[in-house]
Design a protein around this ligand. Structure first.
Ligand code: ADP
Ligand code: UVW
Ligand code: MG
Length: 396
């Protein structure tokens, strides 16, 4: 059995799982959050219990230390489960990385070089890698890139219509993100449908805090809504998604806001948060239900954007076998699923109101049995996919 520690470092938190890959057994999982705030929070879950701690966690290195202490105090022992690898989620791999890669100094330089393209994510990913190298100097570290699955995008999908020479020099093109999730979910959907992935045309809606859509043709990503950075596309918790770039010129001229402020505005103060004051979908729904007009509009904008992408990608694919919902909102938000696909029955897309309310951790249909296009909920498992790819990278 091969045990892999999977580390998913976010900007202010990280999640981890200790996974026995062949059996898909999760030996432990946890979360270290509110890194850099006055008081941090950690949770460690094993097969025998759950432990929580409130402690200041100044940075990701300290957060990694909190995780190691949890393993020491509550198990399972990392000596008894020697690690085959530590698998790291790395958000931006640029054009260079097509698959999971064993981390060398050169790979780290490349990840650092891409920080300017993913300022919320790559610096945190790198800190996680360095903390893991220090804690486990003899264990191979593997980077699994969010961008890798989208290396199959055709030029028509990844090219921005701007000066080609400048774009090339500055690495400006669309890369796409959440690839580990889109890949895992496509495979799991094919398995659930009992059909070869090679034959299927799918639209995957990854609706988490960050959110993106992917058109998957025969198992390959052919179009996706995030672009050069994870800012483009859908409305997200705090990110605007698509916006006319001239808004930025206008704000700069009118208010004097500089690039740092504009970056902060679109990445951290927009999306659901900017529209309603709430970045978490559950809070937006609660406020809308209580009659808050701003929250109701935020929901409408969110759903309108998804519906537009579904129509767009259906047209790009020319045929559609299934639409697949995944991630926090996609897996747990029946109202969002129904709202996003409302009015599409002429396209063969409908959601069954009873099936849509079923709560389950397993893949399931939410479309009526007679629907030409299947609509599914398939829970994502980025950690298992990272563990599988990490094992393949160190074995191959
Ligand atoms: N029952 C639910 N109904 C609607 N939204 C939910 C529900 N449970 C979780 N969510 C939403 O899922 C989002 C987080 O998704 P997740 O995939 O965990 O995000 P990330 O991994 O990007 O941090 C939050 O906006 C949260 O409100
Ligand atoms: C790439 C990205 O947006 O990731 P997340 O959803 O974890 O923020
Ligand atoms: Mg996520």
């Amino acid at each position: 059995m091969s045990t892999i520690l999977v580390v998913n470092s976010g900007s202010s938190s990280f999640k981890y799982q200790l996974i026995e890959v062949e059996s898909e057994k999760v030996l432990a999982s946890g979360l270290v959050e509110r890194i850099g705030e006055e008081s941090g929070h950690s949770r460690h879950t094993t097969q025998v219990g759950l432990w929580e701690r409130e402690v200041p966690i100044p940075d990701h290195a300290a957060g990694f230390g909190v995780m190691l202490e949890a393993f020491q105090e509550h198990g399972p022992s990392l000596d008894a489960n020697p690690l085959a690898a530590v698998g790291h989620r790395v958000v931006h791999g640029g054009k260079r990385f097509h698959e999971a890669t064993v981390i060398t100094d050169l790979v780290k330089i490349n990840i650092e070089d891409l920080e300017e393209l993913a300022p919320l994510h790559n610096p945190a990913n790198l800190q996680g890698i360095e903390a893991a190298q220090e804690a486990f100097p003899d264990v191979p570290q593997v980077a699994v890139f969010d961008t890798a699955f989208h290396q199959t995008l055709p030029p028509a999908a990844y090219t921005y219509a701007i000066d080609a020479t400048l774009a090339d020099k500055q690495r400006i093109r669309r890369y796409g993100f959440h690839g580990t999730s889109h890949k895992y979910v496509s495979g799991a959907a094919a398995e659930f449908l009992g059909r070869p992935l090679e034959e299927l045309k799918l639209i995957v809606l990854h609706l988490g805090n960050g959110a993106s859509v992917c058109a998957v043709d025969g198992g390959m990503s052919v179009e996706t809504s995030m672009g050069m950075t994870p800012l483009e596309g859908l409305v997200m918790g705090t990110r605007s998604g698509d916006i006319d770039p001239a808004v930025l010129f206008h704000l700069n001229r009118k208010t004097g806001m500089g690039f740092a402020e504009l970056d902060e505005l679109l990445n951290r103060k927009s999306g659901l948060l900017g529209l309603s004051g709430h970045g978490d979908m559950r809070d937006v729904q609660k406020a809308a239900a209580a009659g808050d007009a701003a929250a109701a509009l935020a929901l409408e904008v969110y759903l309108h954007r998804i519906r537009g992408y579904v129509g767009n990608y259906y047209a790009q694919l020319g045929h559609l076998d299934a639409i697949v919902f995944t991630a926090g909102v996609g897996e747990n938000g029946p109202a969002v699923r129904a709202g996003a696909l409302a009015g599409l029955s002429e396209l063969g897309i409908s959601v069954d109101p009873v099936l849509n309310e079923v709560e389950s951790r397993s893949p399931r249909y939410i479309s009526p049995a007679t629907s030409p296009v299947a609509v599914l909920v398939v829970p994502t498992n980025e950690e298992l996919e990272i563990a599988r790819q990490s094992l393949a990278a160190v074995s191959g």
